[in-house]
Design a protein around this ligand. Structure first.
Ligand SMILES: Cc1ncc(COP(=O)(O)O)c(C=O)c1O
Length: 216
């Protein structure tokens, strides 16, 4: 079961038609996603006819034949208005993902000489959807504050890793450490990325970040 919530349009270089690693991939259409809708929503894809039939029933009150219910299900259908909207947006997905990729390359090229900064390494076997562009730095909170003051909005994805959420803290008894999750909590910062970001705005973000390191 794959969480593909952020990977609309990503593909394997070796086999572009292969869309999933496992049996089911779940996509989110939350409005902020690359393929975001006007309402909440999502989709599951599968190669298995059995899983397909099961999911179709589960999303529709456990019913395969209208008004006959063989199992307990949910009301989890995507509404038609969102579907129409998403079909239109889907046509632009590859173009917009390519734009995100160019913006990511530009950020890296213009910031890579700053030794306090590091970036995620991309898997060379896949083409990413470039949903987020993250930078990592020890002075993350100070940089965020500085960018806020300069009217540049950034987001911390995510301030509390699932394993550190209050609920899981209560039920996970193990003292195991999760250093990668902790690094994301303390050091990751998402910079603006996407079609709303103009060239000029990106230049300003880059020069403001550079200014922060000169002052540091
Ligand atoms: C990686 C990941 N998994 C799951 C979700 C949850 O998606 P939804 O809000 O559509 O249920 C999100 C959305 O933020 C996500 O980014």
């Amino acid at each position: 079961l794959e969480d593909s919530s952020q990977s609309h349009g990503a593909f394997f270089l070796k086999n572009k038609k292969k869309k999933l690693w496992g049996s089911i991939a779940i996509f989110s259409f939350y409005p902020g996603k690359n393929l975001g809708s006007i309402t909440d929503g999502g989709a599951a894809i599968t190669n298995s006819k059995n899983i397909f039939d099961k999911l179709k029933s589960l999303r529709n009150y456990g019913s395969k034949i209208k008004y006959y219910h063989d199992e307990i299900g949910f009301n989890s259908r995507l509404n038609s208005t969102s579907a129409i909207f998403l079909r239109q947006k889907l046509k632009k997905l590859n173009f917009e993902n390519a734009l995100r990729s160019r913006q990511e390359k530009k950020y890296i090229n213009k910031l890579k000489d700053i030794k306090q900064l590091s970036f995620l390494r991309r898997n060379t076997k896949v083409v990413s959807s470039h949903h987020l562009f993250l930078i990592f730095l020890k002075e993350r909170n100070k940089l965020k504050e500085f960018l806020d003051k300069n009217q540049i909005e950034t987001i911390i994805h995510y301030p509390v890793a699932p394993v550190n959420q209050k609920y899981y803290k209560k039920i996970i008894k193990s003292k195991k450490k999760y250093p990668i999750a902790s690094k994301f909590e303390k050091e990751a910062l998402s910079l603006p990325l996407g079609k709303h970001l103009s060239n000029k705005q990106q230049d300003l973000i880059i020069s403001t970040i550079r200014k922060f390191f000169i002052k540091l």
